[in-house]
Design a protein around this ligand. Structure first.
Ligand SMILES: Nc1nc2c(c(=O)[nH]1)N(C=O)[C@@H](CNc1ccc(C(=O)N[C@@H](CCC(=O)O)C(=O)O)cc1)CN2
Ligand SMILES: Nc1nc2c(ncn2[C@@H]2O[C@H](COP(=O)(O)OP(=O)(O)OP(=O)(O)O)[C@@H](O)[C@H]2O)c(=O)[nH]1
Ligand SMILES: [Mg+2]
Length: 427
């Protein structure tokens, strides 16, 4: 097995930078530079030198094989974060025989191979590194802590018990008074199916937290949508003008509202029009608005045509500086009512995000659907009587297999490259 090394902290000038070395030669390599090593898990201050040349004064931290992030023997060099210092130490490590630079995600891949993390935890770690909002951070940390594994283990234990009950009836099929295990088997299958169905239902909310919610501003031409978007975004993202029909394309602004990632959409003003280009804009506006998680209807004294608010959508009156109506009044021009609008959006999003469970991505959905389908077959076979026991047992095994794939225990080799390619070097 290779010994790998990489800068674990971000590239560029910094106060301190951490270089991580993992593999059988990790301590030897660190000793080459530091002379002596501190006790494992105790930080020690050392002068790093290579071939007599002084590189830096560093804090060195060693982890024993089997008790490190990767599971390998690990050494960390906490050095000064100067670009030149980092280059000099990386260059020195490159000169040591048997060491090579780590590929993106390779430390985490070792952690997976050494069973320090399961595949869902790896995804959680990837999400944690990408997290920009509080909701994303909390969700990712929960997954990194092993929440998926705990749930899957519970389901798997139930399926193993159901399988064992069925196997027992196959083995003792000749007995005079066979015990009917099907009620207990069905109960176990139904418990797991219900759990999976629940997690499938909650997955949409978790995906929204991970990817961000889409919030579309809709209204008639000239209602002040683009002005409102710019005010909320704090920059001139969209063109505004006194001419009705200014916005044609959907304008997207990424922002954070109440700890949630949001893509705020400005859309073309809605009206029937003979202008070919504007009509395309209106179609796009309607499509995106319908697909959005939340719509903000910006009224200008008249109803918005072509689309109606769905339950939970926000309806507000614009240009509050000129006229006030019943309900929430906002003005992109003066900023009036924007705090209340943001609070209202925040409240809606926290409602939409509330149902999130621990399954967070399409891969989880596919695996759970596969398991769910296999459980339906198992249920059918059990109901059709004991001569179908072999088939029921096989379906249960398939369901357990699909669940194990969630944790990366089976059937995922082809996925790993894709998952790790999104990691940064040093993770
Ligand atoms: N300096 C440093 N800080 C870091 C990391 C690191 O690798 N190095 N991490 C990198 O992501 C995170 C912490 N994650 C870690 C996870 C496991 C172990 C570890 O040594 N695990 C052993 C021992 C566990 C224990 O003592 O309780 C093990 O699991 O066997 C270390 C760091 C964030 N901070
Ligand atoms: N008084 C006042 N004028 C506003 C306000 N918001 C926008 N306006 C003006 O209304 C006109 C239209 O503003 P936009 O933001 O371009 O309107 P829009 O809804 O994006 O229009 P379309 O892109 O054509 O659909 C511009 O002249 C703005 O200056 C507001 O809150 N108060
Ligand atoms: Mg506009």
């Amino acid at each position: 097995m290779d010994t790998i090394y990489a800068l674990a902290t971000a590239r560029g000038k910094a106060g301190v930078a951490v270089i991580r070395i993992s593999g059988p030669l990790a301590w030897q390599a660190a000793r080459n530079l530091a002379g002596t090593l501190p006790e494992p898990r105790v930080a020690g201050l050392r002068r790093l030198r290579l071939a007599g040349e002084e590189l830096d004064e560093a804090v060195v931290l060693c982890f024993e094989r089997g008790a490190s992030f990767t599971g390998d023997e690990v050494a960390e060099l906490h050095i000064h974060g100067a670009i030149a210092t980092v280059s000099a130490v990386l260059r020195a490590l490159g000169q040591i025989d048997g060491l090579r630079l780590a590929e993106p995600g390779e430390f985490t891949r070792r952690a997976l191979e050494n069973e320090r993390l399961d595949l869902a935890q790896v995804e959680g770690l990837s999400d944690l590194i990408e997290a920009e909002t509080e909701a994303q951070r909390k969700q990712a940390l929960k997954v990194l802590s092993g929440a998926v594994g705990a749930l899957v283990e519970d389901w798997r234990a139930k399926l193993i018990r159901a399988g064992a009950l069925i196997e027992a009836t196959i083995d003792f099929a000749d007995e005079e008074v066979p015990v009917d295990v099907s009620p207990e088997v069905l109960e176990l299958i139904d418990a797991v199916s219900a759990g999976i169905r629940d997690e499938l239902r909650r997955l949409g909310a978790a995906e929204r937290i991970r990817e961000g919610f889409e919030v579309a501003i809709v209204g008639r031409p000239n209602a002040g949508k683009s002005t409102l978007l710019n005010a909320l975004a704090g920059r001139e993202a969209a063109i505004t003008s006194e001419f009705a029909g200014t916005t044609r394309d959907v304008i997207e602004v990424r922002m954070e509202i109440g700890g949630q990632a949001v893509t705020l959409l400005d859309t073309a003003g809605l009206r029937e029009t003979d202008d070919v280009v504007e009509a395309i804009g209106v179609e796009r506006a309607l499509d995106r608005a319908r697909q959005s998680d939340l719509r903000v209807f910006l009224l200008d004294g008249e109803e918005v045509p072509l689309i109606a608010p769905e339950p939970g959508d926000l309806v507000v009156h614009g240009k509050a500086d000129i006229a006030a109506h019943d309900g929430l009044n906002v003005s992109g021009k003066t900023g009036e009512g924007l705090g209340e609008l943001l609070s209202a959006i925040e409240e809606r999003l926290s409602g939409l995000g509330e149902g999130a469970g621990v399954m967070t991505r399409e891969r989880h959905r596919v695996a759970m659907q596969r398991a769910f389908g296999a459980l339906e077959s198992a249920r059918d076979e059990v109901l059709r009587g004991s001569d179908r026991s072999e088939l029921a047992a096989e379906s249960l095994r398939q369901a357990a297999w699909a669940l194990e794939a969630l944790l990366g225990r089976v059937d995922v080799e082809n996925l790993l490259d894709e998952i790790f390619s999104s990691f940064c070097i040093g993770k």
